[in-house]
Design a protein around this ligand. Structure first.
Ligand code: HEM
Length: 453
C-alpha cells in the first residue's frame, strides 16, 4: 500500500501506481510489452512526481468526460430518430466519435503507455489543458458545424489540433523519461495522432465548404479518422491489452512490426487514393488492411488459446468485435476490387462496412474495454473489491446477442431486407444491455473512485 492507497499488481493491465523497477518482471497476469524488460541502466526508478497524478486519475477523468459526451450523442441519435433534422445524424456521430470515443482513446493510451514505459503520467497541468482543450473543441464543433459558423468550426478544429500536439508531446516526454525501452508503447498512438491531425483539417475543410476538386475529401476524412485514428489506436492497444485481458502473453511479438506497417500503409494508401482519386492506391489499400487485421487476429487467437478459463465478459466481447474487423474490411476490399474503388463508399457496401466496422468492431471493442477498465479503476481504489467474476452462461449469451445484432444488421444492409428491423432491434438491445453495465460501473467510479485532476 503506498501513500495513495493504490498498489495491487493482481488486476491485469492496471498500471501500478508506482513505476515498475527496470528489469523487474511485470506484475502477475500482466503480459510484458515486447522489449519492456530490457533496460538501459540499472538506476532506481525515479520517484513519483510531486503533483502526484495517479495513472487511474488520468484514465478516469477522460473516461468520465468521454462517457458524458457519448451519452449526449446517443440522446441526439434518439431525438433524430424520432424527428430527424439536417445535421442530426452528423451531430450524433461526432459527439460519440470526437467527444466520446476519442477521449477514451486519449485517456487509455496515456494510461497504457505509462504502464509499459514504467513511468508516471504526464503532469497535472498538461492533463487539465488536454481535457479542457478537447472538450471545448468538440463542443465548439458540435455547435458551429450545424450552425454553419466558420469561426466556431475553425476555433473548434484549432483546439483539437492544439490538444493533439500537447498529447503527442506528453507521450514523447513519457518515453524520454522512461528507464525501460518499449518503442511500441507510444509508436501506435503517435501514428494515430498524425492521421487525426490530417483528418481534422479535412473535416474543417468539409465543414467550411472549402472547395476540393482533387478527389473525395469525405472518403479521406472517414478513412483517416476511423481507420487512422481510432483504428490504429485500437489495433495497437490490443497487442498489449488483449494478452492482459486473457492473462496470456503476446503469441507472435515479431508480428507487431509487419501489422503496424500493413495497417498504416493501408490507411495511407486509402486516404491518398480517395483524397486524390488514385484508384490503384484504393484497390491496394483495402487488401493491405485485411492483411493487417489477419496478422492481428493471429496474435489474438494465440492469446485466446492460451487464455485462463473461463474468459471474462470483456474478453469475450472484445474477441467477438475483432471478427467484425476482418469481415468489415473484407466486404470493403471485395467491393473495391470487384466493382471499383468508390464501391466501398457507396451503399450497400458502405452501409454494411459501416455497420461491421463502426457498430461491430469499434463499438463492441470500446464497450468490452470499458467493462474491464472501469472495473480495474474500482479494484485499484478499493483493494477489498475483486474483479467481476465471469458467469459463462450469461457472458456467452450477452456476447452472442451483440454479435447476432451486428451480423443481422449487416446482412440487412447487404440486401436481406427482411432482416432490417430485426437486426436493428437486436443491435440496440445488445448495446443497451452492455451500455447499462458500463453505466453501472461508471456510476460506481464517480461515487467511490472519482479521479482527482
Ligand atoms: C475523431 C474524429 C472524427 C471522426 C471519427 C469523424 C467521422 C466522420 C464520419 C464517419 C463522417 C460521415 C458521416 C456520414 O456518414 O454521414 C464524417 C463526416 C463529416 N465530418 Fe467528421 N469525423 C471526425 C472529426 C471531424 C471534425 C473534427 C470535423 C470538423 C472540423 C468533422 C467534420 C465533418 C463533416 C463536415 C462531415 C461531412 C458531413 C456530410 O457532408 O455528410 N469531422 N465524419
Amino acid at each position: 500500500m503506498d501513500q495513495h492507497g493504490d498498489s495491487d499488481p493482481s488486476t491485469a493491465v492496471v498500471a501500478p501506481e508506482r513505476p515498475v523497477a527496470p528489469g523487474a518482471p511485470p506484475p502477475p497476469g500482466q503480459a510484458a510489452a515486447p522489449g519492456a524488460g530490457r533496460c538501459r541502466s540499472r538506476a532506481r526508478a525515479k520517484p513519483l512526481q510531486v503533483d502526484g497524478l495517479r495513472p487511474t486519475d488520468v484514465i478516469g477523468a477522460f473516461f468520465i468526460a468521454g462517457l458524458a459526451m457519448a451519452i449526449a450523442g446517443a440522446a441526439v441519435a434518439v431525438a433524430n430518430a424520432i424527428d430527424s433534422w439536417a445535421w442530426g445524424r452528423w451531430l450524433a456521430l461526432h459527439l460519440v466519435l470526437v467527444g466520446g470515443i476519442s477521449q477514451l482513446v486519449l485517456g487509455a493510451s496515456q494510461f497504457f503507455a505509462g504502464a509499459f514505459l514504467a513511468t508516471d503520467p504526464p503532469r497535472q497541468a498538461l492533463i487539465r489543458v488536454e481535457l479542457g482543450g478537447w472538450n471545448a473543441g468538440a463542443l465548439l464543433l458540435a455547435i458551429g458545424v450545424p450552425l454553419g459558423s466558420e469561426p466556431m468550426v475553425y476555433a473548434g478544429a484549432g483546439l483539437l489540433l492544439a490538444t493533439l500536439g500537447l498529447y503527442a508531446a506528453g507521450l514523447a516526454e513519457m518515453r524520454r523519461r522512461s528507464l525501460g525501452s518499449a518503442p511500441w508503447a507510444t509508436r501506435w498512438y503517435l501514428a494515430a495522432t498524425a492521421c487525426l491531425v490530417i483528418g481534422v483539417i479535412a473535416g474543417a475543410m468539409l465543414a467550411g465548404a472549402v472547395g476540393w476538386s482533387h478527389g473525395n475529401l469525405l472518403g479521406a476524412h472517414m478513412v483517416l479518422n476511423l481507420g487512422g485514428w481510432l483504428g490504429t489506436a485500437i489495433v495497437g492497444t490490443l497487442h498489449t491489452f488483449f494478452p492482459s485481458l486473457t492473462h496470456s502473453r503476446l503469441r507472435f511479438p515479431r508480428l507487431q512490426g509487419p501489422t503496424f506497417a500493413a495497417w498504416i500503409g493501408g490507411v495511407a494508401l486509402l486516404a491518398a487514393g480517395y483524397g486524390f482519386s488514385l484508384d490503384p492506391a484504393v484497390v491496394a489499400g483495402w487488401p493491405l488492411l485485411v492483411l493487417a487485421s489477419g496478422a492481428l487476429a493471429a496474435n489474438l487467437l494465440g492469446s485466446l488459446t492460451a487464455a485462463r478459463r473461463p474468459l471474462s465478459l470483456p474478453a469475450r466481447v472484445v474477441a467477438a468485435a475483432q471478427v467484425f474487423l476482418v469481415l468489415g474490411l473484407t466486404v470493403a476490399a471485395v467491393g473495391a476490387i470487384g466493382a471499383g474503388p468508390d464501391e466501398a463508399l457507396a451503399d450497400p457496401t458502405r452501409a454494411a462496412t459501416a455497420t461491421l466496422l463502426v457498430s461491430g468492431w469499434i463499438g463492441l471493442t470500446v464497450l468490452g474495454s470499458l467493462l474491464h477498465l472501469l472495473a480495474v479503476l474500482l479494484r485499484v481504489r478499493d483493494l477489498g473489491r475483486g474483479m467481476p467474476e465471469p458467469r459463462p452462461a450469461r457472458d456467452i449469451a450477452l456476447t452472442a446477442v451483440a454479435a447476432l445484432g451486428v451480423a443481422t444488421a449487416a446482412a440487412a444492409d447487404l440486401g436481406a431486407g427482411s432482416l432490417d428491423r430485426a437486426g436493428e432491434t437486436i443491435l440496440i438491445a445488445a448495446y443497451l444491455l452492455l451500455g447499462a453495465r458500463v453505466a453501472l460501473l461508471a456510476g460506481r467510479v464517480l461515487r467511490t473512485a472519482r479521479p482527482r485532476i
